[in-house]
Design a binder for this molecule. Structure first.
Ligand SMILES: [Zn+2]
Ligand SMILES: [Zn+2]
Length: 260
């Protein structure tokens, strides 16, 4: 299976990542990646950029070293309602909105609270894709998440970094096996992300691919086999967003879309 898109990469701007966007794009080009997400952490992560970083991404070229860029964010879920740490005003400007749970940015709860927070964030029309549900920090009902992903048609990530770099590999592997198994069962859309925090990891999917094969996830479930599929999906998401007055002071201050 050829993966031509890496939707999840970090630059120096994340605070605990160590390469520039140019270094990441050059590494992606060498690995045959055609489309790359630039998804630095949302502002509630210590060391992450100020919101102005996300407001100015349109100055970047459309491509670097032949790799098309999707300037975006990895937004943090901040509470049990599934609200995000990036206001709509900024989310609306981005070409890619990844959403996940991170320590420090989220209070932590029981499995029901964490699962509901994750699914609420999935229902946010400004969310494009959900990342690393397999991390072991927060217990979640992974079957419900896979089911919701299929119902809502929101891709869920098999995160290569969870399997290759974090210290608690056994727990992460077990969780990632579970989610991969349920993604195969419910047939929702899947993405594989490197979650690279240094250029040498961009476009690395080895461990995640192994898991996908083992779980029997079919190739046509995987979005990042084709840049066109990813771009069509993102265009469709934007077309289906509700019309909101993003310039009103109220919406500028609102932290996230409330699910009604
Ligand atoms: Zn990070
Ligand atoms: Zn993350």
């Amino acid at each position: 299976m050829e993966l031509l898109v890496d939707l999840h990469t970090h630059t120096l701007s994340s605070g605990h990542a160590y390469s520039t966007i140019t270094e990441n794009a050059q590494a992606a080009a060498r690995k045959g990646i055609k489309l790359m997400g630039m998804t630095d952490h949302g502002p509630s992560m210590p060391g992450a950029p100020h919101l102005y970083h996300f407001g100015n991404l349109s100055i970047l070229p459309e491509e670097i070293s032949g790799v098309k860029l999707l300037p975006g964010v990895e937004a943090n879920i901040t509470n049990y309602e599934g609200e995000l740490d990036v206001p709509l005003y900024y989310l609306a400007k981005l070409k890619l909105v990844l959403v996940g749970l991170h320590e420090i940015c989220y209070p932590g709860g029981n499995s029901e609270q964490n699962t509901q927070a994750y699914i609420n964030a999935m229902e946010n029309p400004y969310t494009d894709m959900m990342v690393h549900p397999g991390r072991t920090y927060f217990e979640m009902d992974l079957e419900r998440i896979a089911h919701a992903s299929a119902l809502l048609n929101i891709p869920v990530e098999i995160n290569n970094s969870s399997l290759s770099t974090i210290t608690d590999k056994s727990g992460a592997l077990e969780n990632c096996r579970f989610i991969a198994h349920y993604m195969a069962k419910y047939k929702g859309p899947v993405i594989l992300g490197s979650d690279a925090h240094f250029w040498d990891r961009v476009g690395e999917f080895g461990e995640a691919l192994e898991l996908v094969r083992e779980a029997g996830i079919s190739q046509h479930q995987i979005l990042n086999t084709s840049p066109e599929r990813v771009l069509d999906y993102l265009a469709m998401r934007r077309k289906n967003r509700p019309v909101i007055d993003l310039l009103s002071p109220k919406s500028k201050q609102s932290i996230a879309y409330k699910v009604v």
